[in-house]
Design a protein around this ligand. Structure first.
Ligand code: SAM
Length: 273
């Protein structure tokens, strides 16, 4: 069967099950089942019986709300493809703003500043920084050893020089010039109300931000202030920027907030010099 015709059928089934971005996801699943590139997909590649069987299995799993990124094992971030597994959060487009903030701040610093990406997950932020600015010394840290292993594998595959260590926040880090973090920020009480793709598949250690959602973020800002880290940029959830900004200012920082494409306050920047 022609790949695009197969995708049209899959898209109709996904849409019927109210799965968002059905057409886009159908293309991803068809390409994964057939093992073909985007170019081959549009050039009229066909699926043989084995590929159609694989496609059926993937569609059944997607209908049980397993995220497409876990089914195909990949997600694009900042123009590169990262391996993702159920041990890692699936990178979100809004996190690319964190990369932009860190690149701008690092460009103001000569030499070889050390950037630490706290809660690195699959390593998407740390690896993007290392590849965009090879002069940086980049360290990714995560409390999850399984996530850290995926980050190391992504760094190896993409040819990025990133050290990945396991530890709580800055616990395993000696020194940092810039800290960036997309830590969990969903209030614990809201976890059970999330859509099934998040609630049942993404790791709770990557989602659970404590009672108000900002527990880990505030703890990280306290560690930055105590260790005299001059710059930190932290991603926050909807409605959290004001409280995080207040906390950073109470810790002596000058602050700034960056919005995402949906006009939501998304990154709080704290500077101590
Ligand atoms: C929201 S995910 C972000 C992952 C990745 N940076 C991204 O943007 O896709 C948060 C990550 O923080 C890690 N994490 C949770 N608590 C932590 C802690 N106390 N110290 C370090 N990392 C932590 C989780 O394991 C998870 O990988």
């Amino acid at each position: 069967m022609n790949a695009r015709a197969a995708a049209a059928r899959v898209a109709a089934r996904l849409a019927e099950a109210h799965i968002p971005d059905a057409a886009f996801e159908a293309e991803l699943l068809v390409r994964a089942a057939a093992g073909i590139s985007r170019t081959a997909y549009f050039a009229g590649a066909c699926l043989d019986t084995a590929a159609l069987r694989r496609l059926d299995e993937l569609v059944e799993r997607r209908l049980r709300r397993e995220p497409a990124a876990y089914l195909i094992g990949r997600r694009e971030f900042y123009g590169r493809e990262f391996i993702v597994t159920p041990a890692t959060l699936i990178p979100r487009p809004e996190t690319e703003i964190l990369v932009e903030c860190a690149l701008e701040a690092s460009d103001e610093r000569p030499g070889r500043p050390t950037v630490v990406d706290v809660g690195t997950g699959c390593g998407c932020v740390a690896i993007s920084l290392a590849l965009e600015r090879p002069r940086l010394r980049v360290i990714g840290t995560d409390v999850s050893a399984a996530a850290a292993a995926v980050a190391r594998e992504n760094a190896r595959r993409l040819g990025a020089r990133v050290d990945v260590v396991v530890g709580d926040l800055l616990g395993a880090i000696r020194t940092a010039d810039l800290v960036v973090a997309n830590l969990p920020y969903i209030p614990t009480a809201e976890l059970r109300e999330l859509e099934p793709e998040l609630r049942e598949w993404e790791p709770w250690v990557a989602l659970d931000g404590g009672p108000t959602g900002t527990t880990l973020i505030e703890r990280l800002l306290e560690e930055c202030a105590a260790r005299r880290v001059p710059f930190a940029a932290v991603e926050v959830g909807f409605g959290q920027a004001a409280a995080v900004k207040r906390r950073a200012e109470a810790l002596g920082a000058r602050t700034d907030v960056r919005r995402d494409l949906a006009d939501i306050d998304r990154v709080v920047i704290a500077r101590w010099v």
